[in-house]
Design a protein around this ligand. Sequence first.
Ligand code: APR
Length: 244
Amino acid sequence: MQPLPSDATIVILTGAGISKESGLDTFRCEGGIWSKVRLEDVATPEGFAADPDLVHDFYNARRRGLSDPTIAPNPAHHALAELERHWPGRVLIVTQNIDDLHERAGSRNLIHMHGELLKIRCVHCGLPRHWSDDLGTAEMCPDCKRSGTLRPHIVWFGEIPLEMERIMAALSDCALFVSIGTSGNVYPAAGFVAQVRRLGLAHTVELNLEPSQGATLFAEHRNGPASQTVPAFVAEILGREIHG
Ligand code: APR
């Protein structure tokens, strides 16, 4: 890869594959989450309206999973955090993941476009608030005191991803777009590479276990586990060894 200009900005899109080696399941790999539950039942507004208990159980289990002591950021998360520490203000991570592993590794300039497992919101009054316990239909909103109005702060299928304006502005400005651990099945994230290429400015790289749906749209691909490809790629950008 060509050296980047000193004021270049980088947008990094991450998906479930970056957290796989941290012990969290992906969605569409063999044995993945969508082979065990129907996404229509647990990840749509219609599913929540039909059976809120089922939806709460699904996210409660995943939220509890995050506090399992064996779940921790892997060298890929750490490498991205180190990149940001070296180039503060020039690296934006846009993650589709709802886990908090990027934050735990130290990344700060981060957009959770599909929401966060550790946040909930009230459909009546609320801004998102931190939540680490189980959530149920009887729970009362701490602000408006209504019951049954709290929902996971997750962007479900059919809902609009978060902070799209900021993401689009960053994509049109960046010199490098890197996609890590995402199968390229879900829009709008799957369309980011085409968006960047339309503007024709940025170099595009895919780091994934295997070629994704949109692999041919990237100028460069590196296939392999994120815990290896990401630290190696970051080291190349920084021009030196990094330690996960
Ligand atoms: N390193 C790198 N990539 C990996 C690894 C690994 N160790 N393990 C798996 N992968 C790759 C898989 O090859 C696959 O291409 O990660 C990708 C995971 O794809 P998905 O399971 O489809 O996850 P993702 O692309 O993040 O899903 C997008 O779909 O259901 C929704 O809202 C959910 O945000 C999610 C969205």
